[in-house]
Design a protein. Structure first.
Length: 141
């Protein structure tokens, strides 16, 4: 079946940080991503997990600021671990729930300034590749 976005979608990250703050949620990491960040911070895995993660139903999600729910790695509008950010972050907005329907995509555009008519057109091939990475990362967390 041809997806509703077969002609591509318009998106360009503006670095606004809006995706990294707001309502509480979960940012899942797989074991490879956890180890890469622990190494980056020169911390043993267990210390790193206690400092930056919370365990939810046997999985690890990044901690959030308890007052505003900002990602623990967000400073101002900048991701302090951008090169090592989780696949979940890397693949935004190419998430299953945002691509489910045009209405879902339109709703996402209300909080994401990168989803706009003048943004570059992202091809179906790129969208499907990113969606596949997103879905695989969720299976492995």
């Amino acid at each position: 079946m041809t997806p509703w976005y077969a002609e591509g979608l318009r998106f360009e990250c503006t670095g606004c940080g809006a995706f990294c703050t707001g309502a509480p949620g979960y940012v899942w990491r797989n074991e490879d991503e956890i180890q890469a960040l622990a190494t980056h911070f020169h911390l043993p895995r267990d210390t790193f997990l206690k400092t930056y993660f919370r365990q939810v139903e046997g999985r690890f999600s990044l901690k959030e600021d308890p007052e505003n729910f900002d990602c623990v790695f967000l400073k101002g509008k900048t991701c302090t671990v951008y090169a090592l950010r989780p696949t979940q972050c890397r693949t935004f907005p190419w998430w299953t729930r945002l691509l489910r329907s045009e209405a879902a995509w339109e709703e996402a555009s209300q909080f994401c300034e990168g989803i706009r008519p003048e943004a570059p057109l992202v091809s179906l091939r790129v969208i499907q590749s990113e969606l596949s990475k997103y879905e695989t990362s969720h299976d492995n967390c």
